[in-house]
Design a protein around this ligand. Structure first.
Ligand code: GLN
Length: 494
């Protein structure tokens, strides 16, 4: 079997069963990257030598019986805003273009402990700000299904890598949709867990009250396995939660065909109104029908305040970003301007040269809404709106187990079209950002294709800590849908 054919759990089982070695698996993935990444550009950094050294080490530990877990030996691609000890972590920014972290993010530590091999860093929108992976300082990633289109963002590299068969599995981060939206555009499965489930230690902060790391995979079961690998309480992140229910894959394997009998799934009316592309609407209707076939009750529901989600999100995210990005001043990290006169000139030039236009725009917006004259009018109002949005979700979850929503209003747009109008790009986050504002879990499962052959994902949203319900419904949706297919580039290569 070719490396691209395996799910992560199948690959690990083959390795643990002696049918393949870890070095073979890792070199298989590296070969795919060499063959395809000039076209796709999913990666910013790949360290082949180090990857092979790790692979040999993990192989020995598997043979010695030290690593027995379900993802042991599996190579994993990591979004480039997640710190990896000794491996460059750039946030796809000139500012961190030469930054080599001296430590691992907690999620990375946990993946290494599980015997996964961290070999490369995936492209993203600069500092995770964007919805297309076009704001990367290193150039855009292409959508493996059609290279004229974006992969979505900001975790576009992670999603494109999995879609193209350049990774078996990956991690991304989601502040306002950055896992769920590119998963939809690339036809892969991705989850943003409940806020606090995965430690943010070592995740380079964008909007700290919204950011979560999560899995990007070929299917629901792989997502559950990777999420339980990286989840867990961490004293190094004060917002991390000690959950006792993170044995997601075990619960999922107990799932039966009758799992969704009587499960109530709401379709928020305001999500299916104007602005939703007709082809996406059709895929969503099909997804609802598949869930009904499996026994769920799927019906329209009312979710209030939908139109306030985007303004509240962009005010809060930019406010936090402007504060978080203050640390990049040319003194402590990364880039420093070459010619300057005095300290203030060094700061000014470093930050104007080191950050791209989208990041600068957001720092300015964030500084404005936090400034003394406008703090009450914008920032405080946005925080109050955030609390009200959470209360609206609470109301829905009194009557429904889950919400079924699109992940984006359209399939993947063409490269070059979104950046011309930033406001329009922000508006396309309508179905994802409120999940982050309310701290909820959400997952995208590939559900259908447009006439032009671009994937469209269906998003399942649950109450806080309701990942298990999401996984169960997602698994039945996946089974009812059947094989989703792969982009042509997936089978191409070596
Ligand atoms: N598109 C959203 C933004 O630009 C979400 C990004 C993210 O989730 N990191 O802020």
């Amino acid at each position: 079997m070719k490396i691209t054919e395996y799910t992560a759990r199948e690959l690990s089982a083959a390795i643990r069963g002696g049918d393949m070695t870890v070095p073979e698996a890792v070199s298989g993935v590296l070969t795919e990257i060499r063959a395809k990444d000039k076209e796709v550009h999913a990666y910013v950094t790949v360290n082949e030598d180090d990857a092979m050294r790790q692979a040999e080490n993990v192989q020995k530990r598997i043979e010695a019986g030290e690593l027995t877990g379900p993802l042991a030996g599996v190579p994993v691609a990591v979004k480039d805003n997640i710190c990896t000890n000794g491996l460059k972590t750039t946030c796809s920014s000139r500012m961190l273009g030469n930054f080599v972290p001296p430590y691992d993010a907690e999620a990375v530590t946990r993946m290494r402990q599980a015997g996964m091999v961290v070999f490369g860093k995936t492209n993203m929108d600069e500092f995770a700000m964007g919805s297309t992976t076009e704001t990367s300082f290193f150039g855009p990633t292409k959508n493996p299904w059609n290279e004229e289109h974006v992969p979505g963002g900001s975790s576009g590299g992670s999603c494109a890598a999995v879609a193209a068969g350049e990774a078996v599995i990956a991690v991304g981060s989601d502040t306002g949709g950055s896992i769920r939206q590119p998963s939809s555009y690339c036809g892969v499965t991705g989850m943003k867990p409940t806020y606090g489930t995965v430690s943010r230690y070592g995740l380079i902060a964008y909007g700290s009250s919204l950011d979560q790391i999560g899995p990007v995979a070929k299917d629901v079961t792989d997502c559950a396995l990777l999420l339980e690998t990286i989840a867990g309480h961490d004293r190094k992140d004060s917002t991390s939660i000690a959950r006792k229910d993170t044995d997601f894959s075990e619960r999922l394997s107990a799932a039966s065909e009758a799992d969704l009998a009587g499960m109530r799934i709401g379709l928020p009316r305001d999500y299916y109104g104007d602005g939703l592309d007709e082809e996406v609407r059709k895929v969503m209707e099909d997804a609802a029908a598949m869930l009904r076939t499996r026994g769920a009750v799927v019906e329209p529901c009312d979710l209030g305040l939908v139109k306030y989600a985007i303004p509240a999100y962009y005010i809060i995210a930019c406010a936090e970003a402007s504060s978080n990005l203050e640390r990049f001043d040319g003194v402590k990290y990364g880039y420093r301007a070459e010619d300057y006169e005095g300290l203030h000139d060094m700061y000014r030039k470093t930050r104007s040269q080191g950050f791209g236009p989208e990041v600068r725009r957001r720092i300015m917006l964030g500084s404005f809404v936090l400034s003394s004259g406008y703090y009450d009018a914008y920032y405080l109002k946005a925080l109050r709106t955030k609390a009200l949005i959470k209360a609206e979700f609470d109301k829905v979850f009194r009557d429904y187990d889950l919400i079924l929503a699109p992940a984006a209003p359209t399939a993947a747009p063409k490269i070059g079209t979104s950046l011309q109008d930033p406001l329009k790009m922000y508006l396309s986050d309508i179905y994802t950002v409120s999940v982050n504002l309310a701290g909820l879990p959400g997952m995208t499962v590939p559900a259908g294709l447009t006439r032009d052959g671009l994937p469209v994902g269906a998003q399942l949203i649950g109450d806080c800590f309701a990942e298990e319900k999401i996984f169960r419904a997602a698994l039945q949706l996946e089974k009812e849908r059947g094989a989703f297919g792969r982009p042509a580039i997936f089978v191409k290569g070596a």
